[in-house]
Design a protein. Structure first.
Length: 285
């Protein structure tokens, strides 16, 4: 039964991922609704051209009308969302055995919605290097609902209050960094995103997620610089596209930070890592 539900949630995630692609592509544009179409030839897409992953594979990654290449973003977001939905279900599958309450089901539903918003937010940040306000505010609101629903489950007012105000303690230093650096050191959207870390995970694990997100971002940035140094000494005929992209990478290059924060958040949400040991300190206090 659990394996069947895992597959069902993976497929459901892929369907949601197809919708998230639409959100990412249309956000900030004049086209808010209407039928999906090919961006190259303007052909309105039929239902069988919109089946997640399957349509992409059957059509060979090309439009049926003009044969132009379809962006790999579509299938990547669909697979990613399917995987995230399956993992969120896996994390909460113990409820199938131990039983569940209505509040727990509401929390899980909010978590599915939250990760959908964070996936769309991350993909948009990668494409445009900015975090959309509507998505980050929506994600913060949903995570606040998770915090309030968790209080209804535990009735621990002190812990809920700590976690609520911790969100502002996380965000304010980075908002000040954005202000005094005039947006050069960090985007304001990243600071807003940090609000939800303790609201979703609590103070200790939220801090761990923040640290891991920074570690991942730093590792990717340094890896890009090291790869640039390596590629320079390779023949120009090899990896010409990679050479042209890495040529623009410097210590001052703008790197979308939101996706790394979201990845750190998801890893701690999934595995419960505490890299600071703060959880034990709070339990003993």
């Amino acid at each position: 039964m659990a394996q069947l539900l895992l597959v069902i949630f993976f497929l459901l995630g892929m369907i949601i991922g197809s919708f998230l692609n639409v959100v990412v592509l249309r956000y900030g544009t004049k086209k808010k609704n209407g039928r999906s179409m090919c961006f190259s030839c303007g052909k309105t897409l039929r239902w069988f051209e919109l089946v997640p992953m399957l349509s992409f594979l059957v059509q060979g990654g090309r439009c049926r009308g003009c044969k132009s290449q379809i962006s790999w973003q579509y299938i990547s977001v669909e697979l990613l969302t399917g995987l995230v939905f399956a993992l969120v279900f896996w994390k909460n599958s113990f409820l199938l055995v131990s039983g569940y309450s209505v509040i727990q089901l509401l929390v899980i539903g909010c978590e599915f919605l939250l990760w959908s918003l964070l996936i769309a937010l991350s993909v948009y940040d990668i494409k445009h290097k900015i975090i959309p306000e509507a998505l980050v505010y929506s994600a913060c609101f949903v995570s606040l609902l998770v915090l309030l629903l968790s209080y209804r489950e535990t009735y621990n007012l002190q812990l809920t209050t700590y976690n609520f105000f911790s969100g502002f303690f996380f965000a304010i230093p980075f908002a000040l960094l954005w202000f005094f650096s005039r947006g050069q050191a960090m985007g304001l959207g990243d600071a807003k995103l940090m609000l939800l870390f303790p609201w979703l995970l609590g103070l200790a694990k939220g801090l761990s997620a923040l640290i891991i997100g920074f570690w991942i971002g730093a590792a990717v940035g340094l890896s890009a610089l090291l790869l640039k140094m390596f590629v320079v000494h390779m023949p120009r005929s090899l990896y010409p596209n990679l050479r042209s992209k890495l040529r623009r990478v410097t210590m001052k290059s703008e790197l979308p930070f939101g996706p790394f924060l979201v990845l750190g958040l998801f890893l701690v949400y999934l595995f419960g890592w505490d890299v600071t040991g703060l959880s034990l300190l709070l339990q003993n206090s």
